[in-house]
Every structure is written in structure tokens, then in C-alpha cells.
Write a protein that binds this ligand. Sequence first.
Ligand SMILES: C[S@@+](CC[C@H](N)C(=O)[O-])C[C@H]1O[C@@H](n2cnc3c(N)ncnc32)[C@H](O)[C@@H]1O
Length: 441
Amino acid sequence: MKHNQSKTLARNLRADATTVLFQILEQGKSARECLPAMQLLHKDQDKAWLQEMVYGVLRQLPLLQYWLRHLLETPLKNKFKITEHLILLGFYQLAFSRVSQHAAVSETVNACHSLRVEAMRGLVNGILRNFIRNETSSNKPDDEQINSGLPKWLYKKLAQAYPENFLGLLAQIESKAPIWLRVNRKQIAAADFQQKLQEHAIDFSLSSHHPDAIILTKSMDITQLPGFEQGWFAVQDGAAQLAAAYLAPQENQKVLDCCAAPGGKTGHLLEVADNLDLTALEIDHQRANKIEENLHRLGHQANLLIGDASQPQTWWDNQQFDRILLDAPCSATGIIRRHPDIKWLRKATDIQSLVAIQQAILDALWPLLKINGSLLYATCSILPEENYQQIEHFLSRTPSAKLDPDFPHDKHHPGRQILPGEQQMDGFYYCRLIKSGENNA
Ligand SMILES: C[S@@+](CC[C@H](N)C(=O)[O-])C[C@H]1O[C@@H](n2cnc3c(N)ncnc32)[C@H](O)[C@@H]1O
């Protein structure tokens, strides 16, 4: 134990934050893959600091890089490349954090040792001192894309899709998302859970649009909240909590939850209706384990299938479903405020292939739906091509598919596009389709 502790204390936080940034930005790993592993090596308060620094740099990356181009004439290469990420972290501390100037410079320079770029100490020191001396942090370019924190391709796409109140949208994408909980009504009544939180002096607010939701006022370690082990609640954004109400499964119905991992919506569906015959389908083995784990904690059960939604002949038993939830793989552009690494991991060229996958899954699943049954199409994207345009194309080639007139469609397009920040929710898209018996194709 003592041995472990001294190991923990010996780690250099800035070097570790830089390593995570390098893994995300140069090696294409997701923050989910590399940040928790690094956090494990640190004590609690440093875990939060690591995340704040990594996410902070990812949020402000274009501006930090703009400053770097001003202060570093020749880009660094090969084994020294990581030094650029260390300098960006230094800029972030100086311009956006409460770290003192002295600590920001000296500790960032010291990180060169742990990163094995000792030869770069002088360069890092010089650049950070120039940054302070020239008051570089007040040098903001006259370029909205750089100041928006978004990559060029995404900035252009969103400017085109949302010309009205575009600046408001950008501000929301750059803001931090609140933590939403969903009370597991099969385990505890919402009012009782609220009382438990009050007894533990945990501040929260409620949402008039979400009967099962609690919004925490401050972020905290969720596993320390009352009832975590007993499955009294799940962490789930408010937009994702709308899926259960929009699909509205009824007692004893046969339901397919497609693309289900980690099972957030699966759990909710099992909470809103009794005795569902629910099949959760997921393509990825490891992610499917997460569904099992999450359902187990909440005290729920479902039939879990590993399979490709676009190939039902490999897993379907020919019994049609009353309800299908298709939570399609997507660009995840609606949840950038929660996962800022998405901005840099997604590329413009990914969108076309995602649209093709969504289209293939929609077409493959439609025959699995009973006549008069409904399919809820969902994405956590804010790009029209993955959302209302995808649905318009589907409707035009599928005569038996109709828009459900009882669904709260947007004024000008099929489905409901939720933008980040709307009623504190993530960006999401939903559209409910019903299968008519007239043109059964
Ligand atoms: C948006 S996430 C689903 C989130 C989940 N519904 C929830 O609420 O927790 C999309 C999931 O679809 C899975 N997936 C991607 N392509 C798939 C396919 N062709 N068939 C089945 N699952 C797929 C991914 O592995 C991922 O777990």
C-alpha cells in the first residue's frame, strides 16, 4: 500500500495529461480508452485535474494551435512531437486555468523529463515565457472557426445546417454538460430518491419534461451517491431519457433494442413497462458485456444477442416485433460538449459511411416490424444527413413506412431535432415511424 502510494506521488501530472492528449490527437484513441487508465495512477483530486486539463485542451485546440504557430516557427517531429502537446497544455493553463503562472511554467518544463524529451526544456521554457511576456492570450484571431473550437469541416457543416442562432449553438457545444440521473422506478420512487439525496446534502434540480430525471448541481463521483450498488439510478442524459417515452412500449410487448450497448436505453425501457419481451442487440462483444453489467446492477433482465443489425438473417428468429428502437451508430456530434475528443476523432469522410450504415440498418430492420408496430429512429447527432434527411430518404423508398402523426415532429422536417443545451439536454434526434398494412414493402 505504502509502495503504491509513493508510486502515485512520483508521477508527473502534466506529463500524463500530455501523454493522453498525444494518444487522442496523434494516435486516434478515444478519451474513454486512455483517460481512465491514466487516472487510475493518480489520487482522487488529481484525477479530476487530469480530466479538466485534457478536456480543456480538446475544447480550445484550434486557438491553442494558432498561438503555437505564432511562437514556434518550425513544427517538431518524431520523438519530439509530443513536446508540442505539452506546450499546448502550458498555454491552456496560462490562458484558461487558475494555475499560477509560476507553477504553469516550471511544472510544464519539468514534465519534459518524464516525457523523455529533456532536450526540449529550454524550448518549452522560452515559449511559455514569451507567451506571458507578449500577452499572447489576448491575441485572438479574427476567425470564427478558430474561436469556435471546432474543426473546419464541422464548423462549415453546422453553419450551413443552423444559420439561425449559430453562435448560440457554438456556445452550447463548448459548454460543460450537467450530470443527469434517471431514477430506476422499479427500485425506488422518485420522491424517495430525492429525499435520500437531500439527506446527504446533495443539490439537484428536476425537469418538468422528464418524469424520472434528476439533474445534479455539481459533478461528483457517481458511485458515492446513495443507492448506487442497489441500482436506484442510472446516469443518463435527459435527451437519451426521452427514448423510452417516445417508443412507449406496452406491457408484454415484443421489443427490439437495436445497437444497445452500454444499455442505457435498454434499462429505461424495462422500467417503463412490465413484462417486456425485450431483445437487446449489439455488434461488439465487449460493449455487450457492459449491457449485462448495467442491467444486473439495476435488477433487470433482457435477451442479449451479439449480431449485426444490418444482417438479421444471422440472428433473427422470424418473430416480428411490436416496437423497435434503432439507436443508430452516428457521428455523436450532439454530445461533443460531454466528449470533446469526438471533434478530433471524427473526420469529414466518416459521415458518408455512417449515413450508409444507418440506411442499411433501417432497411434491414423494417421487415422485422409488425404491421401497426412502430420504430423509433434515434441518433446523438446534430447533422441533418444522419437525421431528418435519412428519414426522408427512407420514407421515399419504403411505401409501408409512415411518419407517426402523434409524434412531436419539428415544424419543417420529420422527427424532433434536439440541439445541445435545449432544456439542458445533449443534442439528439428522434423520429417515430409506423408500419401501415397497405403497401407492405
Ligand atoms: C449510440 S450507441 C448505443 C447507445 C445505447 N443505445 C444506450 O442507450 O446506451 C451505438 C451502438 O451501436 C453498436 N453498433 C454499431 N453498429 C452496429 C451494427 N451494425 N449492429 C449492431 N450494433 C451496432 C455500437 O457498437 C454501439 O454500441
